[in-house]
Design a protein. Structure first.
Lengths: 566, 373
């Protein structure tokens, strides 16, 4: 009996092998005919390859082929590289310190007014960095009221923002909200029981924070540091507006100069080499972050409300300091923009009779503004829609299906977020002539999509990955095909997230500068470039007026997007 | 070890919600007390108030001879000398097992050599000798809970607080840890305050059980006393799944309102008064037998006063858990001999019922109102 049994077992294994050979036409078990999901997956893969792999690969190929590496060690490039690196690292460190201090103050202490100030402290994230730079010139520029008054009193300006220190300062102002968001999210994931256990073990509230909570935040601190450092490595607006007047050249402003005025032979290849180096640095940072996040601890869900650290006697002092800081960083620049918009020229005292609406009229009616606004709105709308569709597809597919290539597809789609915008711009610039998009606005659109599709993918994937897969299984059990279950259940669930992601992309793109300024073509001016040109041409007050308008419109739009029902 | 006394402890949140209302509880030195109640009953609030994470708005809490909380003043948790185990173990993931257990000793400034000794002793106590260098991530759920217990015990706390300490574990493991926990705490003579929503666990472990509901103590009694004589219809319902029904009590016994149920006076216990009242029937006190001559489809059409239909019949270790539909009344009973099938007609007789005055049951909710005003 047992002998026959083992025989049949062995036999079945054999017959399984032979069956393939005997009936080749028959579909193998476990492998389906390509259905809707497979086709969709293939299309999305192709889109990702075209948008991410081809441009970035071309940069690497061109840089490797030309061998301009020696050029990187030349005076200009080396100096710009060091400036970029130093400002990125310093600003990232500063942003992490400021951001996590604020996150802890707002989330874990009894600071009065923490809710309002938390929102306010996030607002620099919504103001484009180059607009922030223009605004801060009004506060700490050579002809700002503060510096003029200080000069009268003490014979010299207090602090002029131009130069490397100003660049680092402004980069911090515009990136600490990211650190604050990351640290704040990490704080909420740490179960309060861990701190409670330390309290019971004899630790004071402050000591529990230092011994237990801060060490557990380390991965979040590290990952926000790399994220910010990489993105600050190649910001264009701040160094060009704040750094150049003091000859503080960074890689992005150098690349801009090379492209605008052919000061070197074969600028594309030189620029591609710079881009490739930046790309390698960004990828190295990404790998570093991934390795570090492996060591992340498994934390249980939080069971009780967090115990807020009582600030005690210092509460008032801490509160006043925090309020002053947050208001200075967030509201003061807007006020500066406002006053500059209403004054005829920089340095004119702010009195009632000096106020004028000329700047605003000029800003709104100038030809550059109108064409810039039209181009920007068109490009931003298209970018939003295309990113929305792609992001919805990719985000849904990678979270709601089981396939071996899910992780790769997801990683590829969100990779551009970890790559400086400068590299993406250079990449599209390099392949533009080969795909016939040279000197057209569509090149900018392509770069927007590459850069921003990650925003929608993340917006879609986050809520979907928290929903159990049984939702689709129930649809399959009710008779839906794989694609139908995905469309009817997963996509429907994700549409609100995709819509807010789309709005976010459109609002980011409409105020974008780094990509558009490098990919600029005749007759394809964007709004960001229009403001930048006004600023470069010396029309500071008109530039301020236009900045103010797009900031207010942008804040209103984001507020609206955040409010719309999810 | 120390006693714990709560005197008219009230905790009202700024929103007006009452977390604890007028709690009087005295736990003797070395006593094991379980706090039991449905979710939202205030049992965790009470434990966290004793721990010092919440400050009562009125009343005093004493641990040993020291007042740790009185109206608006509160000794912080770290100075109360307690040990606590949390539901999600709360073992710190960034330190190894030894460092975790060592932490309370460091905080109280114990010398290094003594610390190593005591950590090893505490780990041996919970059956984790040689685990000191292990990373908590490599431990099973039960082992982590043991680490948490060692950490709670290492500094020789005056009182051990257990916040659903066993609830996150799987059933067989929970059962084993329950046995170990009792052996350990009895041997060490620990004063324990144990919060749980598991009724069997509370009854199994505690010297006395406290039943809470809406922030109020409903009853404090030993497990056997509580099972035999629940203080209110609510406790009977919660603790023993008793069926409660209102009606009129007279010299002839109890007659349910709008229902054929009648209980003879000899079978009634509790308040002996006439008038409106409520009775609780424990599942053990309901006797069922197959209805004679009934069955089939015409069963529903023929009405017999003491016949009921079986709605569900679950098999259990100590008797089958049967739910009956008796003329609209859902009646739970535990049948030891006979396991009826669903849909079967059975005859019902009530062997014992406990009578409660009607007033408090209706009045319990309004009493919270004056406190909120």
């Amino acid at each position: 009996m047992s002998a026959t049994r083992s025989n049949t077992l062995a036999g079945s294994a054999d017959s399984g092998r032979t069956r393939k050979g005997v009936r080749p036409g028959q579909p193998e078990p476990g492998r389906r005919r390509p259905d809707g999901v497979t086709i969709t997956r293939t299309l999305l893969w192709l889109a990702c390859l075209a948008l991410v792999v081809v441009p970035l690969g071309t940069v690497l190929a061109l840089a490797a082929g030309g061998n301009h590496l020696a050029l990187l060690l030349e005076g200009d490039v080396l100096e710009a590289g060091v400036n970029s690196l130093v400002s990125a690292v310093l600003s990232a460190a500063g942003a992490v310190v400021v951001g996590s201090a604020l996150a802890i103050l707002f989330d874990r202490t009894d600071l009065p007014g923490r809710r309002v100030f938390r929102l306010l402290a996030l607002s620099p994230l919504l103001v484009p960095p180059f607009v922030g730079a223009i605004a801060w010139i009004g506060i700490a520029g050579p002809t700002s009221p503060v510096n003029l008054w200080w000069r009268d009193e003490f014979g010299g300006p207090l602090w002029i923002i131009y130069g490397g220190d100003g660049v680092v300062f402004l980069l911090i102002v515009h990136s600490y909200p990211i650190a604050m968001l990351v640290v704040s999210a990490a704080l909420r994931r740490i179960p309060t029981d861990l701190e409670h256990a330390a309290r019971i073990g004899g630790a004071s509230a402050l000591r529990a924070l230092v011994n237990i909570t801060l060490p557990l935040l380390r991965p979040a601190l590290l990952s926000s540091f790399t994220l910010i450092a990489v993105s600050n490595l190649a910001d264009f607006g701040i160094p060009s507006i704040i750094g150049l007047p003091e000859r503080f050249v960074t890689l992005s402003t150098l690349v801009y100069r090379y492209i605008q005025s052919g000061t070197v032979d074969r600028p594309l290849e030189v620029v591609a080499t710079i881009g490739a180096v930046l790309l390698v640095v960004a990828l190295a940072a990404l790998v570093l972050d991934l390795v570090a996040s492996r060591r992340r601890w498994e934390l249980d869900s939080s069971t009780s409300t967090p115990q807020r650290l009582p600030l005690g006697r210092g509460r008032v002092v801490v509160a006043v300091l925090t309020w002053t800081f947050v208001l200075t960083i967030t509201v003061l620049p807007l006020l500066a923009l406002l006053s500059q918009s209403l004054l005829p020229a920089p340095g004119v005292p702010l009195t009632l009779e000096n106020l004028t609406l000329d700047n605003i009229t000029r800003a709104v009616t100038a030809r550059g503004t109108v064409t810039g606004a039209t181009t920007s709105i068109m490009l931003a709308t298209l970018a939003g829609l295309i990113c929305g569709v792609l992001g919805l597809g990719i985000g849904t597919l990678v979270t709601r299906t089981k396939a071996r290539d899910n992780r790769a597809l997801h990683a590829l789609a969100i990779l551009p977020q970890a790559i400086p915008g400068l590299v993406i711009a250079v990449a599209w610039l390099v392949i533009a002539p080969r795909i016939g998009l040279f000197n057209t606005p569509w090149l900018i659109l392509c770069a927007y999509i590459t850069s921003f599709v990650a925003l929608v993918v993340q917006a879609v994937a986050a809520p979907l990955s928290a929903t159990p897969l049984t939702a689709e299984e129930a649809a399959r059990a009710s008779g839906a095909t794989r694609l139908r279950a995905l469309v009817d259940i997963s996509c429907r669930m994700a549409i609100p997230a995709a819509v807010s992601g789309t709005v976010l992309v459109a609002l980011t793109a409409v105020r974008e500068l780094t990509l558009s300024v490098l990919l600029l073509s005749p007759g394809a001016q964007t709004l960001g470039v229009a403001i930048f040109n006004l600023q470069q041409a010396g029309s500071y007050n008109t530039a301020s007026a236009l900045s103010l308008i797009i900031t207010i419109v942008g804040l209103a739009g984001l507020g609206f997007a955040a409010r719309s029902p999810r | 070890m120390a006693s714990v006394s709560l005197d008219s402890v009230t905790l009202r949140y700024p929103s007006g919600t009452v977390g604890l209302a007028d709690i009087d509880l005295h736990i003797a030195d070395g006593e094991f007390v379980a706090l039991l109640g449905p979710s939202g009953s205030g049992k965790t609030t009470l434990l966290r108030t004793v721990a010092g994470f919440l400050t009562p708005t009125a009343g005093t809490i004493r641990i040993g001879d020291r007042t740790v909380a009185e109206a608006g003043k509160s000794v912080p948790p770290e100075l109360r000398g307690l040990g606590m185990v949390f539901q999600q173990h709360a073992v710190w993931p960034h330190w190894n097992v030894g460092r975790n257990v060592d932490y309370p000793l460091r905080r109280s400034g114990v010398a290094r050599r003594e610390r190593t000794e005591r950590v090893e002793k505490a780990l041996t106590l919970v059956g984790l000798e040689d685990f000191a260098r292990r990373d908590p991530a490599t431990l099973s759920g039960g082992q982590r809970q043991r680490v948490a217990l060692a950490r709670a015990l290492v500094a020789e706390p005056r009182v051990l607080l257990l916040d659903e300490a066993l609830s996150a574990l799987d059933e067989p493991l929970r059962d084993r840890l329950r046995i170990e926990l009792q052996a350990l705490t009895r041997r060490m003579g620990l004063t324990v305050l144990h919060v749980t929503h598991d009724r069997d666990e509370a009854l199994a472990l505690a010297d006395r059980v406290v039943v809470l509901d809406s922030g109020r103590i409903q009853q404090i009694a030993t497990p056997s006393e509580m099972l035999a004589r629940p203080a209110s219809a609510l406790v009977a319902r919660f603790l023993s799944d008793a069926t409660t029904i209102t009606g009129m009590s007279s010299a002839d016994g109890f007659a349910a309102a709008g229902h054929p149920l009648i209980v003879q006076p000899s079978r009634l216990e509790g308040v002996r008064s006439t008038g409106s009242c409520e009775i609780a029937i424990l599942p053990e006190d309901v006797e069922i037998a197959p209805a004679s001559g009934s069955g089939g489809r015409d069963a529903g059409t023929r009405f017999v006063a003491n016949e009921a239909t079986v709605v569900s019949s679950l098999f259990g270790r100590d008797g089958n858990d049967v739910v009956l539909d008796w003329d609209g009344l859902s009646l739970r009973c535990r049948s030891r001999s006979h396991r009826p099938v669903v849909g079967e007609r059975v005859t019902v007789s009530v062997a014992r019922a406990i009578v409660y005055a009607l007033a408090p049951a209706v009045a319990t909710e309004p009493t919270l109102e004056p406190a909120q005003l």
